[in-house]
Design a protein around this ligand. Structure first.
Ligand code: NAD
Length: 420
């Protein structure tokens, strides 16, 4: 998974293995290894100093068997078309696995957004929205934020697209600000979903969730709410960490207080109680459940022997390397993979889109209960697939099962449509 080029190769290998493991026809691999459509755009932006800079962008529409394309827009200096193609394939699989009526897509602009002023960022966002406008639409392709983009950028884009259409089209982008047809639950939907995944898996494999000990690596948007809901549902959060360090208290951490401390001082280590350890210590403390929610590749071959958790729910993307995953399964742990455990955000995007298409909105409470039901069902379906594959084929991981399930749904749709 290291390096830009190998990310696509890695995704294709995962796809190939899943097609074989699931016993699907070879054509499924041939179709899904290529995107249906790729758009490359050049976006001239007048900078604040009066000069024009031309940015390169893409929108990859990977597969539409299950519905309109859906996937985020990344603003990052290191993206390229190949990375975007890999990410779009990933979205086809993520949307499929999570039972959503969407195909997969992904967009990107090669830019470091931190180097732009707000006005330059706005002009770039509007320029990108105009450039991809011919291919997107609330029933065709529905982008959302990803790394380097945010609700404000979605607001500019939806405004630009609506101006082109001559009417408001709220459903064309999701994760908009709550004041502009967004939903306030988006702020915490991913962390909420990661906690749901942990709870369902713990109930299955450890017999309960209440009273179990939980550790959370990464105390940002995902980690804070994952910890908050784990505590709310009766687990004991014993460790949380950010780049400032780990707070460890075997008697339990007051997560709401830790969130306040993080908000007011920027560092969770300023939490007034507990032991203070280094940032990665949260991966190694004694606990039943671990939710790695910071960055990729934190559980690796060289440190996996220190990880004690029995159930791992991946809030972050790619926190466990394949070598480490193998070791964890050999010692009896289970890992709810990122593609399922951090799907709360895309499930929320789906609900926001449904609200927008109907010009209707649900209360925060009703939205949360819908996400909870969808996520619980998704994780239970995944566990059932994992158990059935395991009894048929021997040692497999829940990640293997997730990809098989994802490919299966797309395969069935393509077969029914007569594509295969
Ligand atoms: P964030 O920037 O809000 O939080 C990241 C947190 O991790 C910060 O608290 C940071 O201090 C901490 N961190 C970074 N490196 C660390 C280290 N080495 N040790 C300990 N802590 C460390 O980001 P986020 O939005 O919460 O996203 C976290 C992960 O979840 C990323 O992998 C992201 O791709 C993934 N994800 C996020 C969402 C979402 O809706 N936010 C959705 C899907 C996936």
């Amino acid at each position: 998974m290291s390096g830009k080029v190998s990310y696509l190769q890695w995704m294709l290998q995962v796809l190939k293995n899943s097609v074989e493991l699931g016993g699907f026809p070879e054509e499924v691999y041939h179709i899904l290894s290529k995107p249906e459509r790729v758009l490359m755009v050049s976006i001239p932006v007048r900078m604040d100093n009066g000069k024009i800079v031309v940015f390169e962008g893409y929108r990859v529409q990977h597969n539409s068997a299950l519905g309109p394309y859906k996937g985020g827009i990344r603003f990052h200096p290191e993206v390229d078309l190949e990375t975007d193609m890999a990410l779009a394939l990933g979205m086809t699989l993520k949307n499929s696995l999570n039972g959503l009526p969407y195909g997969g897509g992904k967009g990107a602009v090669k830019v470091d957004p931190k180097k732009l002023s707000q006005t330059e960022l706005e002009r770039l966002s509007r320029g990108y929205a105009r450039a991809i406008a011919p291919l997107i639409g609330d029933l065709e392709d529905i982008p959302a934020p990803d790394v380097g983009t945010n609700p404000q950028i979605m607001a500019w884009m939806v405004d630009e697209y609506s101006k082109l259409k001559g009417r408001n089209v709220p459903g064309v982008f999701t994760a908009k600000p709550p004041e502009l047809w967004g939903n306030p639950v988006r702020l915490y939907s991913t962390g909420f979903g990661t906690a749901v995944a942990a709870k369902v898996a713990a109930e299955k494999y450890l017999g309960r969730f209440e009273g179990l000990t939980v550790s959370v690596h990464g105390f940002g948007n995902v980690g804070q709410y994952a910890a908050y809901y784990a505590a709310k549902w009766g687990a004991k959060v014993v460790a949380v960490s950010d780049t400032s360090g780990t707070v460890y208290d075997p008697n339990g951490i007051d997560v709401e207080l830790a969130m306040k401390v993080k908000e007011s001082t920027g560092k969770v280590i300023n939490y007034p109680r507990g032991e203070k350890l280094d940032p990665d210590a949260s991966l190694y403390v004694d606990c039943d459940v671990l939710m790695p929610s910071a960055i990729e590749n934190v559980i690796r071959a060289d440190n996996v022997h220190k990880v004690k958790a029995k159930v791992i729910s991946e809030g972050a993307n790619g926190p466990t390397t394949p070598e480490a995953e193998k070791v964890l399964y050999e010692r009896g742990a289970v890992i709810v993979p990122d593609i399922a455990a951090n799907a709360g955000g895309v499930v929320m995007s789906y609900l926001e889109w449904v609200e927008n298409l109907q010009w209707y909105w649900w209360s925060e409470e009703e939205t949360l209960s819908r996400i909870k039901t969808l996520m619980e069902n998704n994780i239970k379906r995944l566990i059932a697939k994992y158990e059935s594959l395991r009894s048929e084929k021997g040692p497999v991981t829940m990640r293997n099962a997730a990809f098989v399930l994802a490919v299966e749904r797309v395969y069935k749709a393509m077969k029914l449509r007569g594509w295969i």
